[in-house]
Write a protein that binds this ligand. Structure first.
Ligand code: G3P
Ligand code: CA
Length: 298
């Protein structure tokens, strides 16, 4: 049986890897990946963000990672939702921290999308639920990669501990797992340092906000390297000199959220390691064309 599994893994590697497709068991580790396609809130340009539907689409469109924003309910359940409130995506009002898991699960997280984007509307989106992180792992845990963001960690006591415990419970970190099937990102350096202290094998990405064109000093780079393997920033802040400096320092650079092909092309020309996109299908197409033109090697 072991031998058969090994052959299946080799066959999957041969079939998928040259095409740049995801194949968790045989894919290169995070630091070795050349062009990381991150489905931002799932394929959220096509379907309601942070639903099983958008996550499934992200995978089907060859996103390497499912990006998940974390919030936490009043009764301590980690859920996949971008905002601290439910207002924008459910038609109801309230702070996640004041609602229970049960109350969150009653909400309709799909209808808003049909109203906001009638040209993409689908009756099946009506009634889609906000997933708990546990549900995400139940559904996708075995053959998916996750790019998880601790959102507002100052609002949620012990969010990091709960996350690490859940990752262990689902065998997504530690043991036989390749370092890089789970990446954790945050705008909060404190949250990332806390995670690094708890489990230093998890690759961490520091998200950065820039009000001017991005730049980074040598001492900032050294501080980042104490806990993070890379940085992410809005793609409009990046520039060629910045990308070069970050990469030369040994850090990865993963801009967000890049939805137009010409911007994807520009950033790849500058040498970024990958990017977050609501349209993983577009990024996949850009990458495939480059491989065909021999501009990049898978
Ligand atoms: O995680 C990268 C990007 O998602 C950060 O911005 O607001 O979309 O979570 P936001
Ligand atoms: Ca995010």
């Amino acid at each position: 049986m072991v031998r058969i599994n090994r052959w299946l893994a080799i066959i999957a590697f041969v079939i998928y890897t040259p095409l740049g497709l995801s194949a968790q068991a045989a894919s290169p580790s995070f630091m070795e990946m050349k062009f990381i396609n991150i489905s931002h809130r799932g394929a959220s340009g096509h379907a309601p963000e942070h639903t099983f539907t958008s996550y499934e689409l992200g995978k089907a469109m060859n996103g390497d990672y499912i990006e998940i924003d974390l919030q936490m309910t009043e009764d301590g359940e980690l859920i996949a939702l971008h905002d601290e409130t439910i207002d924008r995506t459910t038609g109801k009002k309230g702070l996640v921290k004041d609602l229970t898991r049960e109350e969150i699960k009653q909400l309709d997280a799909g209808s808003w999308f049909n109203e906001a984007f009638p040209e993409k509307a689908n009756p099946e989106y009506k009634g889609l639920q906000i997933p708990t992180l546990r549900e995400v792992f139940d559904q996708f845990g075995n053959d998916s990669k996750f790019f998880i963001e601790t959102k507002s960690p100052d609002v949620y006591p012990e969010m990091e501990e709960k996350l690490i415990n859940l990752l262990y419970e689902y065998n997504l970190i530690g043991g036989v797992n390749d370092s890089g099937n789970v990446i954790i990102q945050s705008f909060s350096a404190e949250s990332l340092r806390k995670i690094h202290a708890m489990e230093e094998s998890i690759p961490l990405i520091q998200l950065l906000s820039y009000y001017a064109p991005a730049s980074m000093t040598d001492s900032e780079i050294e501080k980042l390297k104490e806990y993070a393997v890379g940085v992410g920033m809005h793609f409009t802040a990046a520039n060629p000199a910045y990308v070069k400096k970050v990469k030369d320092s040994g850090l990865l650079i993963l801009p967000y959220t890049v939805n137009e092909k010409e911007d994807m092309e520009m950033l790849l020309d500058w040498g970024v390691n990958g990017m977050f996109t609501n349209y993983p299908d577009r990024l996949d197409e850009v990458i495939r064309k480059r491989i065909e033109r021999n501009m990049i090697h898978p």
